[in-house]
Each structure stands twice: as C-alpha cells, then as structure tokens.
Design a protein around this ligand. Structure first.
Ligand SMILES: *[C@@H]1O[C@H](CO)[C@@H](O)[C@H](O)[C@H]1NC(C)=O
Ligand SMILES: *[C@@H]1O[C@H](CO)[C@@H](O)[C@H](O)[C@H]1NC(C)=O
Ligand SMILES: *[C@@H]1O[C@H](CO)[C@@H](O)[C@H](O)[C@H]1NC(C)=O
Ligand SMILES: *[C@@H]1O[C@H](CO)[C@@H](O)[C@H](O)[C@H]1NC(C)=O
Ligand SMILES: *[C@@H]1O[C@H](CO)[C@@H](O)[C@H](O)[C@H]1NC(C)=O
Ligand SMILES: *[C@@H]1O[C@H](CO)[C@@H](O)[C@H](O)[C@H]1NC(C)=O
Ligand SMILES: *[C@@H]1O[C@H](CO)[C@@H](O)[C@H](O)[C@H]1NC(C)=O
Ligand SMILES: *[C@@H]1O[C@H](CO)[C@@H](O)[C@H](O)[C@H]1NC(C)=O
Length: 739
C-alpha cells in the first residue's frame, strides 16, 4: 500500500515535470500550435491559469476566462513569452510580481477587466514590453511610478477608464512611448508636470474627457507631439494667452467640444499644423489663422457659421493659402446651407441692424432634435452636443425644463429684463450661459443658484449698472464674466468676493469714470481686466497681485498712470491705445519694467518720446505698438533684444541722420511692420529700413548716434518733455455709449 502510494506520488511528480519540459505537450483546455509556438485557451471559463503550458511558448491567449486574481509568479517558467492576452478575465487588480520572469514579453493585453488598482511594481520586470493595453477597466487613479520600469514601451492605452486627474510625473519612465491613449475617461485636471518625461511622444488622445480648459501647461512638455486629439471635451473658448505651443503638431482634433470662440493667435505657436478638425462646435466665426502657413484642411462642418463681413478675414486667408475649408452657413438666412468656401468675397457683407433681419425661424437646424427629451417649447435642445437654445424668441420669462445634461444654454436676444432667484434649476452640468442682448437691468440674489459647473457667463449688451455678491452666489467655478456694454459707472467690486476663481473680467464699453485698483483686492485669481471704451480719466493705486493684462484702450487718460502701476507686479500686457497721452514721461513704465512684454501706445497723440520713457523695458519687451501717432523721430532701440513687433506705421518720420540708428537697427532685425519716411520729400513713402540712399550720407559724417547714452543727450537737447500740440490727439471718436 505504501509502495503504491509512493509510486503514484512519484509518477505524478514525474508527469508534472515531464509535462513542463515537454514542448509538444498541451494543456487540456487549450489548442496549441507547435510551429507558431502559440497556446490558445480563450473562453474556457478557466478559474486558474493552466499549469502545463509548454515552456517554449511565445504566444499565450487566455482571454475570456474567469481568473479574477492571478497569483504571483504563475508565468515564471514561460520565459520565452512575447505575447500575453488576458482580456476579459474579470481581473480586479494586478499584484506586484504577477509578471515576474517574462523578460521578452512585448505585448500585454489586460483590456476589459475590472482592474481598479494597479499596485506599484505590478508591471516591474517587463523590461522589453512595447505595448500595454489597459482599456475598458475601472482605473480611477495611477500611482506615480507605476510605469517607471518600462523603458521600451511604445503604446500605452488607458482609454475607457475612470481617470479624473493625472498627478505630476504620472508617466515617468516611459522614455520610448510614442502614443498615449487617454480617451473616454473623466479627466478634468492634468497637473502641470503630468505629461513631463515623455520625450518621444508623437501622439496623444485626450478625446471624450471632461476638460473645461486646454491643459496647455501639461501639453507644453510634449515638444515632439504631432497628433493631438482633444475632441468631445466641454471646451468653450480657446484664448491665445492659454494657447498651444507645440512646434511639431500636424493634426489637431477639437471636434464636438462646445467651442464658441477662438481667439486670433490661439494656434499660432503650432506652425506645422496641417489639419484642424473643428467639426460640431458652436463657432459662428473664426479669426483668420494667420501664421499657419502649412494648414491644408480646416473642417468646420456642423458649426452655425455666420457668413457675413465677420467671416471675411478667415475667407480671405483660406483662399489665399489654398486651405480646404468645410462648413455651411447658418446665417444670414439668404445664405443658409451654402458652403462658406463656395461663396464669393462680395457675398460676405454686413447689412442693417440685426433685429430687422431676424424673425421667428423654423426650428430643426441640423443635429438638433426636438423630439423625445424634455425641452421647453420655442427652444431646441440637442442631445448630441448638449446645447440648448432659445435665441431670439422674444421671450419675457426665462424658460425652465431643459435637459439636465445641458452644457451650453443660449438665451441671447430675448426680453427678460431681470433674472429672478433660482432661474436655472436642474442645470448642474451647465458650463456656459449666454444672456446677451436681453434688456436685463437686474440679477436677483440667488439668480444663479445651482450652477456649480458654470465657467462662462455672458451678460454683455444689457442695461446692468450694479451687481451684488449675492447675485453671483452659487457659481464658485466661474472664470469668465462678460459685462461689456452695460451701464456700470464703477467696477462692481463686491462680485470679486463671490467669485474667487474669476480670471477674466470684461467691462468694456461701460461708463466707468475711474479705476481704483484697491477694488480688485478680492480678485485673487483675476489675471485679465478689460476696460476699453470707458470714460476713465484716473487710476487710483491699490494692488492686484496677479493681474497680467490691463486693457485701457480708448479711455480719457492724459498720462501713463505710472504711480498706479506700482501695484501690478506681474503685468505683462498694457493697452493704453486711443488715450490722449500726448507725451510719455521719463520712466513712465518703470514699476512694471520687469514683467511687461506687450505695450500698446498706438493712436495716443504721441509727438515725442523722451529717451528715458521706456527705461527698464529693454530686456523684456516683445511688442510695441506706436502706430498712428505724430512721431518724427525715435530714440535708439538697439537694447531691445526681445522685440518681435514694433509698429511705427502712420507716423511722420523724418529720415535724417538722427534716425540713422533706427534705420540700421530695423535693417538688421527682420521685424514685421512698416516705418515709412515722411520727410525729406525725396524719401517720402520709402521704408525707413530701405532708405539707404538717405542714410548712406550719414555714414560719411561722424555717425551721430553711436550709443543710447549719446542718443539721450542729442534728443534731450531738443525736447525731452515736449507737450502735446493741440490737435495732435487723433483718437477715434467713441461712439455714444447707449442707444
Ligand atoms: C462558460 O460558462 C458559460 C455560463 O456559465 C456557459 O454558457 C459556457 O458554455 C461555458 N463555456 C465553456 C467553454 O464551458
Ligand atoms: C466588472 O465590470 C463589468 C463592467 O465593466 C461589470 O458589469 C461587472 O459587474 C464587474 N464585475 C465585478 C465582479 O465587479
Ligand atoms: C469634414 O467633416 C465632414 C463631416 O464629418 C466630412 O464629411 C468631410 O469629408 C470632412 N472634410 C474634410 C476636408 O476632411
Ligand atoms: C428638477 O428635477 C427634479 C427631480 O429630477 C424634479 O422633481 C423637479 O420638478 C425639477 N425642477 C424643475 C423646475 O424642472
Ligand atoms: C438628470 O436627470 C435624470 C433623470 O431625470 C437623473 O437620473 C440624472 O441623475 C440627472 N443628472 C444630473 C447630472 O443631475
Ligand atoms: C465722461 O466724463 C466726463 C468728465 O470726466 C463727463 O463730462 C462726460 O459726460 C463723460 N462722458 C460719458 C459718455 O459718460
Ligand atoms: C491699437 O493697435 C491694436 C493692434 O493693432 C488694435 O487692435 C487696436 O484697435 C488699436 N487701437 C487704437 C485705438 O487704434
Ligand atoms: C501696424 O499698424 C497698421 C495700422 O494700424 C496696421 O495696418 C498693420 O497691420 C500693423 N502691423 C503690424 C505688424 O502689426
């Protein structure tokens, strides 16, 4: 008896070891192909990885079983394995050591499991892995270091998971990765360094996520990226200040993204772009995409294009550059359904006032269905784009009953006159709310309650003169607020307390008399303040620690507000165009000299720029707009080492030896923009940089200006502080504020 048992034991042991050694054996549940060295055990309801897999196996297909867990080291003996398929095996997690002993594994497929956690070290040992598929799992987060031991991985797919956030350095170690798929997750937040350390990434798929802003900081690490898919994210606006800077990008998809506006220059730092897909957005116009000389395809189909004079710059640019541009006109009615590309230049006109032209329009624009889902009568609600609209329906009351998935609600051109409490129930997904041209005078306290996700609020072209913090309670995420063309006489400072995340505030074309910077104190995140076209004559000091752009064009400032600039430590862009400045004081920009990059002084009646006026700006200034002034000469600019744009057009420049240094500098710089001689008559109309004949004469003499120091003296003798001459101010007369 003992012997028999011993023998049995011995035999079974022998059998196991011989099975392991025998390359021609095959586990019972599987099909083996010895020539291809493959073992297929798909859909066998196996609960354990079969033990007797031939050691020489290269391909092992185990998909469609019910392993749930894979104990460590099960694959240890299969050291020749190159392909392992574990799709659809109800795996819940991957433990450390699961793939130990697989030095040649190149393809690992873990798709369609229930993996919610990838433990650190779970993928260690897969030194030659090239392709890792983790699609259709339930990953909510990725631990830093998870991919740190995969130096040859080319493709990583994490599509169709539940990722919400990517922390810094998520993909550290993937030094060979060229395609990263993150489509169909719930990403709303990419940390600034989350995509760092991916030196070879060429393609990134971020479509079907919840990005409300372009993750431009994270993307800025991807110097070599050629293909970027950002479609189907709730992006509504692309600004140039948050623009993409991807020098190698050729293909950009932004389809189905609820885009309404795109700024000029939003793509200008992607010079290689060849295709831009903007299908199925809400774009009515698009600026010309100047600078994208290689662009070949621009798909605008599914946008409600307005084919009037606003479309001209784009149309001009596209036809000059042979760009294929798909997109049909929605407005004006006469051109509805026409392809923008097929129109002639003269079709793109602007006619009389908008009110006259618009009437009650038949509903049923493409992509919108009124059926089935809830939607207030008179409105259209698209399930596809999550947009609802009751634009220009003559409504006196704000309707309710929109689908609760609505992300964009367009209520423009109605007659609400006020916005009562709780006007927008059950709209917790709303990102963008449009209430322009609605004759609104008042927002009641709590008017916006419940709009937790709101980011854009458009209240332009109404009659609002005051706005309390209580009226803006309940929209904690708001970042863009448009109050232009209303009746404000002062900055509604209280609202900044209610809107801690506000970044952009638009108050153009109101009736502000002054700006007190201390009113901005609560706007911790306020970066851009638009105040053009008001009646501002004074700026009182205060501090706005994060203000990067201050736009004061077409106001009534009579001098650069130097003292007030003290409180703006990070100001990058300052617009003073169209103010009657007349002169620039010495050191006018000194308080912001360290940070200022763009300065607009066009059309300010400038007669003279004293040599010290720009003191401090030399190392950092990148653009300087001086067009439409009365300048006859200019101090030497040689020290402005970063300048990319200087506009001197429409100035009566005197091309004599005092301008020699400017001539030499312009000739050496290749800067765009024209500076033209007005005097002497022999040089009139010539470009300063090309008027060599005039300036050659200066070479014979002692060169009059050889350093800026000398320049100061020479010019200083004439008139450093020459006052503005009456009539020098050439500002365009502002149209009256209101009807
Ligand atoms: C696996 O289980 C399912 C459901 O229990 C059954 O329908 C199927 O026939 C089984 N497949 C095999 C190969 O046993
Ligand atoms: C696994 O995930 C699927 C959907 O992906 C789900 O239907 C199933 O209930 C999950 N199973 C377990 C055991 O969690
Ligand atoms: C633009 O998109 C439409 C709709 O998807 C498609 O039919 C058309 O071929 C596209 N055009 C280009 C130039 O890719
Ligand atoms: C909001 O939704 C709730 C439940 O989904 C419903 O009972 C209520 O009537 C809705 N309110 C409005 C104003 O539609
Ligand atoms: C929208 O309403 C449906 C049913 O009316 C509900 O199941 C769903 O949770 C709601 N969604 C949101 C985001 O409120
Ligand atoms: C602008 O301000 C001046 C006083 O500074 C005032 O006389 C004028 O009426 C104001 N204009 C408008 C349009 O508010
Ligand atoms: C100043 O120049 C900028 C850029 O060219 C332009 O957008 C703006 O309208 C000009 N402002 C005035 C008042 O001319
Ligand atoms: C310079 O200003 C003129 C007049 O406003 C304008 O036409 C031109 O485009 C500007 N050039 C640059 C380079 O900004």
């Amino acid at each position: 008896m003992w012997n028999y048992l011993s023998l049995l034991l011995l035999l079974s042991l022998l059998q196991v070891s011989s099975e392991r050694k025998d390359t021609s054996g095959c586990p019972k549940a599987c099909v083996c192909d010895n020539r291809k060295r493959s073992v297929l055990c798909q859909n066998r309801n196996l609960t354990k990885v079969p033990a007797a897999i031939p050691e020489m196996t290269r391909k092992l297909d185990l998909q469609g079983n019910v392993f749930k867990v894979i104990p460590p080291r099960v694959f240890q003996t299969l050291s020749y394995l190159t392909h392992l398929d574990l799709q659809n095996c109800q795996l819940k997690q991957i433990e450390k050591g699961t793939f130990t002993g697989l030095p040649y594994l190149a393809h690992l497929n873990l798709a369609s499991n229930n993996i919610s956690v990838l433990h650190k070290g779970a993928l260690d040992g897969l030194l030659l892995l090239r392709r890792l598929v983790l699609e259709h799992n339930q990953l909510k987060e990725i631990q830093p270091g998870t991919f740190s031991q995969l130096p040859y991985l080319n493709l990583l797919s994490l599509a169709h998971n539940s990722l919400r956030h990517l922390p810094d350095m998520t993909f550290r170690g993937l030094v060979s990765a060229w395609w990263l798929r993150l489509s169909h997750n719930a990403l709303s937040d990419l940390a600034p360094e989350s995509l760092a350390a991916l030196p070879h990434l060429r393609r990134l798929s971020l479509d079907h996520n919840k990005l409300q802003d372009l993750p431009w900081e994270a993307l800025s690490h991807l110097y070599g990226l050629a293909h970027l898919d950002l479609g189907h994210n709730p992006l509504t606006h692309l600004g140039k200040e948050e623009g993409l800077a991807l020098p190698e990008l050729r293909y950009l998809a932004l389809d189905g993204a609820s885009l309404q506006t795109i700024d000029v220059g939003a793509f200008s730092h992607c010079p290689q772009l060849y295709t831009v897909d903007l299908r199925d957005n809400q774009l009515k116009t698009l600026p010309s995409l100047q600078g994208l000389d290689r662009l070949h395809k621009l798909n605008l189909s599914g946008n409600p294009l307005r084919c009037d004079c606003a479309a001209r710059p784009l149309w001009d640019w596209a036809s000059r550059n042979w760009v294929t541009m798909d997109g049909l006109c929605e407005e004006p009615r006469l051109l509805r359904g026409e392809a923008l590309e097929s129109l002639r230049e003269e079709d793109l006109r602007c006619q009389g006032p908008r009110d006259g032209e618009e009437e009650q329009e038949p509903t049923g624009a493409p992509g919108e269905d009124k059926a089935a889902k809830p939607c207030p009568s008179a409105c259209t609600c698209s399930a596809l784009s999550h947009h609802s609209s009751c634009e220009n329906k003559g409504l006196m009351l704000i309707p309710s009953g929109f689908p609760n998935t609505t992300q964009l609600l367009d209520l423009n051109w109605n007659k609400f006159t006020s916005v009562p409490q709780f006007s927008f129930p059950n709209l917790s997904s709303l990102v963008s709310l449009h209430l322009q041209h609605c004759k609104i005078t008042r927002l009641a306290p709590g008017a916006l309650t419940g709009l937790d996700q709101l980011i854009y609020l458009y209240l332009s072209d109404n009659q609002i003169s005051e706005l309390s913090a209580a009226a803006l309670q309940g929209v904690p995420r708001l970042r863009y607020l448009y109050l232009d063309r209303n009746y404000f006489t002062r900055v509604p400072r209280d609202i900044l307390w209610a809107l801690p995340r506000l970044v952009h505030l638009h108050l153009e074309q109101n009736a502000l008399q002054h700006l007190a910077l201390r009113d901005l104190a609560a706007g911790e995140n306020l970066h851009w303040l638009h105040l053009s076209g008001n009646n501002i004559s004074d700026i009182f000091p205060g501090s706005a620690q994060n203000l990067e752009g201050l736009y004061l064009g077409s106001n009534r400032l009579q001098a650069v507000p130097t003292a007030a600039l003290e409180g703006l430590p990070v100001l990058r862009e300052l617009e003073l165009s169209g103010n009657p400045l007349g002169i620039l004081q010495e050191g006018a920009f000194m308080p912001v000299a360290k940070s200022l990059q763009h300065l607009y002084l066009n059309n300010t009646g400038l007669q003279q720029i004293s040599p010290g006026a720009f003191a401090g700006l030399e190392p950092g200034l990148r653009s300087l707009y001086l067009e439409k002034n009365q300048l006859q000469t200019l101090p030497a600019m040689d020290d402005f080492i970063q300048l990319e744009v200087i506009n001197l057009s429409e100035n009566p420049l005197h091309c004599d030896c005092k301008l020699f240094q400017l001539h030499r500098w312009l000739a050496s710089q290749k800067l765009p923009g024209e500076a033209t001689c007005e005097f002497p008559p022999s040089a009139q109309g010539q470009k300063v940089k090309e008027a060599t004949a005039i300036f050659e004469a200066c070479l014979g003499k002692k060169v009059p200006l050889t350093s800026q120091h000398e320049a100061k003296n020479t010019l200083g003798q004439r008139s450093q502080w020459m006052p503005a001459v009456a009539g020098g101010y050439n500002g365009r007369s502002r149209s009256s504020h209101r009807p």
